[in-house]
Design a binder for this molecule. Structure first.
Ligand code: GDP
Length: 461
């Protein structure tokens, strides 16, 4: 069979692209998401947007209203964009689908004052590994002189018309960012000079504060998505749903629920579903599919309204019995007319795919989600640090017991990524001579551990 031709693909098979926002802390990821969400609220989409359930859908007509003449809805077959609500490479790694990243495209936010920082590099590394196409939002241009706000429709203008758009210090900052990207092996340029956004990284000057450049950013996102989705995606939106757990949460009136990003197919209010659990796959039945209610309609009763059916890509809260053991980052699959055993096997296989290899001796690793556990394991593997136990969850006294059995002092260690330390685990660690490291940045955690090992070795000499 020949490859499907990108231009003749049935447009109805294109699903909403999933967009993640990455970047260094304080560079403006949340502000940018809020700005896009806020503009969408003003454009009348309050229902889907006022509350976080993992992802915010911004429909094509709303994007086109925000972006003005930069996005003509007639040019696009996509239903809109689905933004992952929790910014950061942390949620990006959590949101994995079988064989890769869940997000189709990403926005890497870089503060023009601050330039490349450790988490920028970490994010780039993740994007590179997952081969996710991305755009750089060079943020906070309102704080640097040199932005010419009065140019017309920049994205459609020719290079000549654009050349005066950035000057002075902003020009320098942007070129520094482009230079940094090139040091990391990406060919990048200011977006109005980029022809093919899949091959070259477009840098879009924006301000999450004033909203300037946001229309341009959306226009570039739409262009890239359309191209990418046509080339990569053909999805049976009517089939049984496939998704990933983003967060396991107690919800008043509904018990334990899972915020899920559905990236393929459909889920219905009476579906049987299989979910990756702490021990075995959980087989259960949807009790309710919940979407946030528009703010105006929220009374004392519930913040959520029930829906009968949702199609990919979408963020949805699922209420069902037996969700207590569900794990963030684990797969969710609808059974419907398929064989239950087969679906269970698929979930098991997917979990095994993510499972971390452990050895007889090594350090204990705890992380908040499967994706971050996998990222930790990769980083430790690179640093040639063996792992004896790798688990999703907070650091508990029983982790201390495991760590305390290590023969080598450098392995009497627990590394916790984005997790809390429960009960008297600290005190137990002190008594048992186990060293506990916790951090919210993987490379810092590894660095702390490596320093610790160096110190141990120095002390032994
Ligand atoms: P995050 O950690 O990447 O999510 O960053 P935040 O969105 O929380 O932003 C960090 C700080 O930078 C906050 O004080 C924001 O108000 C500020 N900020 C974000 N974007 C802009 C911008 O475009 N211009 C200005 N002047 N400040 C911004």
């Amino acid at each position: 069979m020949s490859e499907p031709d990108a231009d003749t693909l049935d447009p109805t098979s294109l699903r909403t692209p999933i967009v993640a926002v990455l970047g260094h802390v304080d560079h403006g990821k949340t502000s940018l998401l809020d700005k896009i969400r806020g503009s969408a609220v003003i454009e009348g989409e309050a229902g889907a947007i006022t509350q976080h359930i993992g992802a915010t859908a911004v429909p094509l007509d709303v994007i086109s209203t925000i972006a003005g003449d930069l996005v003509d809805p007639d040019d696009f077959d996509l239903p809109g964009l689905l933004f992952i609500d929790t910014p950061g490479h942390h949620s990006f790694t959590t949101l994995r689908s079988r064989g890769g990243a869940l997000a189709d495209i990403a926005i890497l936010v870089v503060d023009v004052n601050d330039g490349f920082q450790p988490q920028t590099l970490e994010a780039l590394d993740i994007l590179k590994r997952s081969q996710t196409p991305f755009i750089v939002a060079a943020n906070k241009i309102d704080t640097v002189p040199g932005w010419n706000a009065n140019e017309d429709s920049p994205i459609n203008a020719t290079y000549d018309a654009q050349s005066d758009r950035v000057t002075g210090r902003l020009d320098e900052s942007l070129y520094e960012i482009i230079g940094n990207l090139s040091d990391e092996g990406f060919s990048a340029d200011l977006y109005w000079r980029v022809q093919n956004f899949q091959r070259n990284v477009g840098v879009v000057p924006v301000s999450a504060m004033t909203g300037e450049g946001v229309p341009d950013l959306l226009a570039v996102m739409m262009g890239l998505s359309q191209r990418y989705m046509k080339a990569e995606m053909e999805i049976d939106v009517a089939g049984p749903g496939v998704g990933t757990v983003l967060e396991v949460k107690e919800e008043k009136g509904f018990g334990t629920t899972i915020d899920t990003v559905l990236y393929d197919g459909t889920v219905r209010a009476d579906d049987e579903i299989v979910i990756g659990g702490q021990n075995d796959p959980i087989v259960t039945e949807v009790r309710a599919l919940l979407q946030p209610r528009p703010l105006a309609e929220i009374r004392t009763e519930s913040r959520f309204e029930k829906v009968e059916e949702v199609s990919a890509a979408a963020g949805i809260k699922v209420a069902a019995p037996d969700l207590e053991d569900a794990m963030a980052g684990a797969p969710v699959r609808v059974v419907r007319d398929r064989d239950l055993e087969e679906v269970v096997r698929e979930v098991e296989a997917e979990l095994a795919d993510i499972a971390v290899d452990t050895e007889e001796q090594g350090v204990v690793v705890k992380a908040d989600t499967l994706g971050s556990l996998e990222a930790m394991a990769d980083a430790l593997d690179e640093a040639e640090v063996p792992i004896v136990r790798a688990e999703v969850g907070d650091v508990a006294p029983r982790d201390v017991s495991v760590a305390s059995t290590a023969e080598e002092p450098k392995q009497r260690v627990i590394l916790g990524f984005n997790v809390d330390v429960l009960g008297d685990a600290d005190r137990r660690a002190e008594i048992d001579d186990v060293t506990l490291f916790t951090d919210e940045v993987i490379y810092q955690l590894i660095e702390e551990y490596e320093e610790f090992v160096e110190e141990l070795e120095r002390a032994q000499q």
